[in-house]
Design a protein around this ligand. Structure first.
Ligand code: PLP
Length: 238
């Protein structure tokens, strides 16, 4: 059996254990494969094993793999930092952008979608760890930001996304996820349809599930280590 399939089985087991630990139904937690730097052939192996949701960070890479992946049915979310000059390209290849983090981006997406007469699913990315190296709306501004996004009728708001603090101190990481959950509850209270919470990665998915995650994004634990540190992939400039 491919190491990829073995790793997916292992992740599924981790999801189930964490869900049961917190009294949740494991079926309400979706697995998104974070496939940056992963070869198309390995992504196909994962998709054919039954995992149909993938996430890419860079527009060029997304585009490069598109042809190879297009005959293997799956969904693609964009999870990286997005430059506005790449909007036209990215929306050709994605079903959803999880990293909407500023008004300028949202407004330009709206414009392009109007031009193409279509809509797009989006998540609001929130910087729950307050780290300068990470993108995302500040937690204090998320409500106002979402109100502004709601005026843009081509964007379907689906949920909130965050990257937890990189730390071995689990309780500090947990605070990020609790904060995103708290923001979600405030928004649901105001009828913003942010039903999905995209949080949790290879190292912190249990904590994220305990705090209410509905989508975990897993790369390393399935496909192995990447050549560069994560901050490299968060910027789409390169
Ligand atoms: C790379 C990446 C992930 C997956 O991280 P791993 O630690 O490899 O599981 C999740 N979310 C985002 C936004 C990423 O860039």
């Amino acid at each position: 059996m491919s190491f990829i399939i073995e790793n997916i089985v292992n992740i599924k087991r981790r999801i189930r254990t964490a869900a049961e630990f917190s009294g949740r139904n494991p079926n309400e937690i979706k697995l998104l494969l974070a496939t940056k730097t992963v070869l198309a052939q390995n992504i196909i192996t994962a998709i054919e094993s039954g995992e149909t949701l993938i996430g890419e960070n860079k527009v060029q890479e997304l585009k490069d793999k598109y042809e190879e992946l297009k005959n293997t049915p799956h969904q693609t979310h964009f999870i990286g930092h997005l430059q506005t000059n790449k909007i036209k390209e990215v929306i050709k290849y994605t079903d959803c952008i999880q990293s909407v983090d500023r008004l300028e981006l949202a407004e330009k997406l709206q414009k392009r979608l109007e031009f193409e007469n279509r809509t797009l699913d989006v998540f609001i990315q929130v910087n729950t760890s307050y780290e300068a190296s990470k993108f995302g709306v500040s937690p204090e501004n998320t409500l106002i930001f979402t109100q502004q996004i709601k005026q843009l009728d081509r964007l379907n708001i689906k949920g909130l996304m965050t990257i937890g603090l990189f730390s071995t101190e689990k309780e500090k990481v947990r605070k990020c996820f609790q904060l995103l959950k708290k923001i979600q509850l405030q928004m649901l209270d105001k009828d913003f349809p942010v039903y999905e919470l995209s949080m949790g990665m290879s190292n912190d998915l249990e904590t994220a599930i305990e705090e209410g995650s509905t989508i975990i994004r897993v790369g390393t634990a399935i496909f192995g280590k990447r050549p560069f540190p994560d901050s490299y992939y968060w910027n789409d400039d390169k």
